[in-house]
Design a protein around this ligand. Sequence first.
Ligand code: WT7
Length: 542
Amino acid sequence: MLETLIENEQYNIGYLCTTRQCELGRAEHTAMRWVAADGERKDFTYRDLDGLSNRFANVLKNLGFSPGDVFFTFLPKTPEQFSTFLGSLKAQVITGTLFSNFGEEAILDRVGDAKAKGIITKKSYLKKINRVRDRMPALQYVILVDGEEHQSPDVLSYTQLMDAASPEFSTPPTPPDTPSILHYTSGSTGKSKGVLHAHRSVLMQHQTARDILQLTPEEIYWCTADQGWVTGTSYGIIGPWSVGVTQVHYGGQYDAQAWFHLLEQEGVTIWYTAPTALRMLMREDPALYRRFDLSRLKYIFSVGEPLNPEVIHWARKVLHHDIYDTWWQTETGAIMIANRPGLEIRPGSMGLPVAGVEPAIVSDSGEMLPGKEQGNLCLKPGWPSMFVTYWNNEEVYRQKFRNGFYFSGDTAYRDEDGYYWFMGRSDDVINTAGHLVSPFEVESALLEVDEVAESGVIGAPDDLLFEKVVAFISLRPPFEYSRELELKIRLHVSNKVSSFATPQEMIFVDSIPKNKSGKIMRRVLKARYLGTDAGDLSTLDI
Ligand code: WT7
């Protein structure tokens, strides 16, 4: 099937997910069944998706975008999210996606850092962009998806632009290494980093969509991930549409009843979701599931955080299904290690490597570790969906590679049969409900609050979210703790960064432990929180 997907070295993702599918005989096949939050449904065939993305490619071209320019989508789940993303890729514009709950600082750190030339959003998000617009001089165009008419020469109406654009677009030949997607991800130090991918990633997203997720044009598939996240692009757009599947996309929020209703009503056969969502479903009254007929559902897959064995046991008992855990990262672009139908599941393990992927457990000094020793989870570079670089940050990119290995930042071990078991992360990055949150980003936002003198942010274990964001805060005298202040701080982080970065818990302290060079000792805060030993404190300055 791979041979038939790519012809004449045309690797363009936008083209392969639409025009190519029409050529392969799927023009009238449903590509997307859109279900709005209010239940309204609308089907889009591959021909529809091809036409809409062609128009949008022309919109960008008419506005003067050239290959290599950067464009972002900043939208909730809406049909336009998909057609604009694919259209932008057709025009060889580097395309980024943003979570719709991002605040102004988060926008600036991404859109500003990428020097994006354009962004598509909706009217109600415009003020967030406007608050930082003067700090993003490269941003020439804001397109409003719900704008009836152009507001000014640089705030434009999507409808008007689309009406004026031709539905014919001939996608330029796109060699495999052409830059494609830019996804920002959090590190433990510094601002979030732009992970740049190339069009060649489609090879691996296609392969894993078929071989791991079991997608074929006959399946009805639902990936619950937001498009702001790499799961929402690699497996909510590229992998599945390169295979010709029918995707269900739902515009509503998590709601147990609505989700089960959707699975039943749309006859979803393959479902890709996340552990936090599954744990939330697990908390519901089992009577809820009995009301729904999920007999068409064949497989459930999960990604983003550790999948506890209890969730697998629950799903077997209540849903009569296994859950296949998969492991990968923004940087890997596609699934690297996975459970899959036909392979015995060891509950708690991430499974076996995908064909062509070579993981290794490696010591800090770069030696491969034998047996079941725990160490850095690394990959041999060279898989097709490997990221190209960190945007404007070649130095940090290089630091990720040592001794011929890519260091993922996770720790794990491999059992005697080659199954990989996740242990944790080797850095301070917090994984809350599958979202990577940088403690640095939260600390920076906290410092902007007048009353806050210092802060240190850690991830602490949480039954539902895997980890929760906990902030230690010391106040500037004479300020004192009050409920109003706590609320003010919470709102500030939510507005500036995002709702998932907002501390779940705040602990007010007299001072924050720092080492001699002034670095916040998060390890000490974590030990204090957990009531464990913090280890060597010789460099501590308190
Ligand atoms: C980090 C990557 C996976 C694509 C979307 C998130 C954690 C991911 C698992 C898993 C335990 C997992 C890791 C990884 N993670 N999958 N199955 N079990 N942890 O991409 O935002 O780049 O996050 O998520 O720590 O490094 P991301």
